[in-house]
Unconditional design. Structure first.
Lengths: 359, 282
């Protein structure tokens, strides 16, 4: 049980590359913190710094009230689950889980109890004598989890633990990880590039980009009020529609004027409706339907804006808008539709996208 | 192969059999020669079926010894060869696995330099550095000792490179998992790296055992006492005569005996090999 606090943590590689540019995060006891961001944003590096596998260039990492900067990974009271599981190939499942405990000179009887408990929770009871190569991907994943559990650490660290699994198993394991973490009530830090995983697992979501934190908060809050255009487009699938405000500023002069600093407008695909009348202060876009995706419960309509000049290019441009409609909607390709959104659904950002403005 | 074509199989087997015949025939002749008396062998009309003096010849070779120039029985020579070959194989593996471990897993000053120096020794086999090596061994009073036979042949770039290549394929996460599991460098080496390397160790052992067993020039130079000579030298010396008949039948019996340990090592290690291949997976 422990808080994890990062204070102005930086990582500069010998070559001068600054991978982590000063990060502050506070994870409360028993909370599930997810670091999410595109590849190369520094999220794995940050996790490895917490684990002690990477040195900390400056700043402090505090686990349970103890500054761990100069402490070896084994002494930090953490357990880590790796993306490729990193199971010892020549050891049985039992020994894989017991190895760390033996190195800490825990009595064999105690090890046996702990491993068997973990095996029961993870339904690995019948596989303790097998070697990792005799297990399926999902089972290996469980063994990796088991190895973390038996240590009874203060903090679990997960480095994209589900990305080697197929889609169905990933969802099942995601739920299991969450349940397990709740049950053990252990603080966890979890790295992923999958925004859906991030949204569903996190108590605290940290969106990272280019070695910095873009936004920290409750996942829903982040979804509803993204602090930057990066967060807006990264969290949510399909992503938020972002467009320069110039072409639509006139429409928005309704009840309140638009702040002068506003440069970009964002609307989530599901916040559009089809209709003729534009709500007061809201927005209406005339679109030519270019493509339709039916996923069953909903339909994604890809439209090209007709109010600005557009090209016939096949790739998505700033003038393309995605509209998400419930159920099986049936606009025809090539037809014109009008997508409208209420003022409360709009997101305004500064021109550089770094700042959120009130609507 | 999924298809089954009798004709193709037949051709394949014919080629294979021919190859085996070509390789095996000299060995067979050596064996046959070891079962006759000296006169028959030297006459040049060696029959193709074994003769009746097998037990006698082998008994003499193993326990009594051959010509006037080579009086040690083969048993002693075999032991010498065995100790030398095992010493070289084990020593090489020990040295090269540790140096590869250092080069791959530790960051120390001049690491690259150390690697390149090891690499360069590939170009300096025993024959090239024979004079300085002899001088050093002589100065250390290691002539006519096992140490003298073994030590100069131990340093091995091949082994180090082989282990280095293997270590670089071991995922970094295994090291990291070990660190988190509280294993220090030597513990990681012993508990994780070494078991994973067993296949490579077995391969290297086979190669180096045979390399050590077949050494000729070096043992010839530094051994003067008959009791310290290796079997390869022994065979040569058995045929050195002045005016009497060379005892070819004893030399052939010795040659056949000299073949057995390497064959045994290959056969035994091959089993370990396959087992290793099946059991480890990265």
């Amino acid at each position: 049980m422990a808080n994890v606090t990062l204070r102005n943590v930086r990582k500069v590689y010998p070559g001068g590359f600054e991978a982590i540019k000063g990060i502050d995060i506070e994870v409360g006891d028993g909370q599930f913190c997810v670091l999410v961001g595109p590849s190369g944003c520094g999220k794995s590096t940050l996790l490895r710094m917490v684990a002690g596998l990477e040195t900390i260039s400056s700043g402090e990492i505090d686990i349970g009230g103890r500054i761990v900067n100069a402490i070896e990974p084994a002494e930090r009271d953490i357990a880590m689950v790796f993306q490729n599981y990193a199971l010892y190939p020549h050891m049985s499942v039992y020994n894989n889980m017991a190895y760390g405990l033996r190195n800490r000179r825990i009595p064999e009887s105690e090890i046996k109890t702990r491993v068997e408990d973990a095996a029961r929770i993870l339904e690995l009871g019948t596989m303790l004598e097998r070697k990792p190569r005799q297990l399926s991907g999902g089972q290996r994943q469980r063994v990796a989890m088991g190895r973390a559990i038996v240590r009874q650490p203060k903090v679990f660290l997960f480095d994209e633990p589900l990305s080697n699994l197929d889609a169905k198993l990933r969802i099942a394991m995601r739920v299991e990880i969450r349940k397990l973490q709740r049950r053990l009530n252990t603080t966890a830090i979890y790295v992923t590039h999958d925004q859906l995983e991030a949204m569903t697992l996190a108590d605290i979501l940290v969106v990272m980009n280019g070695g910095r934190v873009e936004q920290i908060g409750n996942p829903l809050e982040i979804y509803q009020k993204p602090a930057t255009t990066f967060v807006a487009s990264f969290i949510g699938a399909p992503p938020m529609n972002l467009m320069p405000i110039e072409g639509v500023r006139a429409q928005l002069l309704g009840a309140d004027a638009v702040p002068a600093a506003a440069g970009q407008l964002g609307i989530r695909p599901e916040d559009f409706e089809l209709g003729d009348t534009v709500p007061a202060g809201g927005i209406g876009l005339d679109l030519r339907v270019d493509a339709i995706e039916h996923v069953g419960a909903e339909t994604y309509v890809y439209g090209a804006r007709q109010d600005v000049g557009h090209t016939d290019s096949l790739s998505a441009t700033a003038n393309d808008v995605i509209v998400r409609l419930p159920g099986v909607a049936s606009p025809q390709i090539g037809t014109r539709i009008r997508a409208v959104a209420a003022r409360a659904k709009l997101h305004l950002f500064s021109a550089d996208g770094r700042q959120r403005l009130s609507v | 192969m999924v298809e089954h074509r009798p004709l193709r199989d037949l051709v394949a087997y014919a080629v294979l059999s021919l190859g085996i015949l070509i390789f095996a025939f000299p060995v067979y002749v050596a064996f046959v020669a070891s079962t006759y008396d000296a006169a028959t062998v030297v006459s040049g009309n060696l029959p193709l079926v074994p003769g009746g003096r097998m037990l006698e010849n082998y008994y003499r070779a193993v326990f009594v010894g051959g010509s006037r120039f080579m009086n040690e029985p083969v048993g002693v020579l075999l032991l010498n060869s065995f100790v030398t070959a095992i010493g070289i194989a084990v020593g090489k593996i020990f040295i090269s696995i540790l140096s590869a471990f250092a080069i791959v897993y530790f960051r120390f000053p001049f690491r690259k330099t150390a690697f390149w120096i090891i690499f360069i020794t590939l170009m300096l086999p025993v024959e090239v550095r024979i004079y300085p090596t002899y001088k050093i061994v002589a100065d250390l009073r290691m002539l006519d000792t096992y140490a003298g036979l073994i030590l100069p042949l131990i340093a091995s770039a091949t082994g180090t490179l082989l282990f280095r290549q293997f270590f670089m394929t071991v995922p970094d996460e295994l090291l990291e998992a070990s660190r988190i599991d509280g294993a220090g460098p030597l513990r990681f080496f012993w508990d994780t790296l070494l078991p994973l390397s067993m296949t490579t160790v077995a391969a290297l052992f086979v190669i180096q055992f045979i390399y050590g067993w077949n050494q000729y020039l070096w043992p010839l130079l530094i051994t003067t006492k008959d009791s310290m000579q290796t079997i390869v030298i022994g065979i040569k010396k058995m045929l050195t005569t002045t005016d009497e008949l060379a005892e070819w039948q004893l030399a052939m019996a010795t040659a056949v005996l000299a073949m057995l340990p390497p064959v045994a090592v290959v056969v035994f290690m091959q089993r370990l090999f396959v087992k290793g291949l099946v059991e480890t997976e990265k």
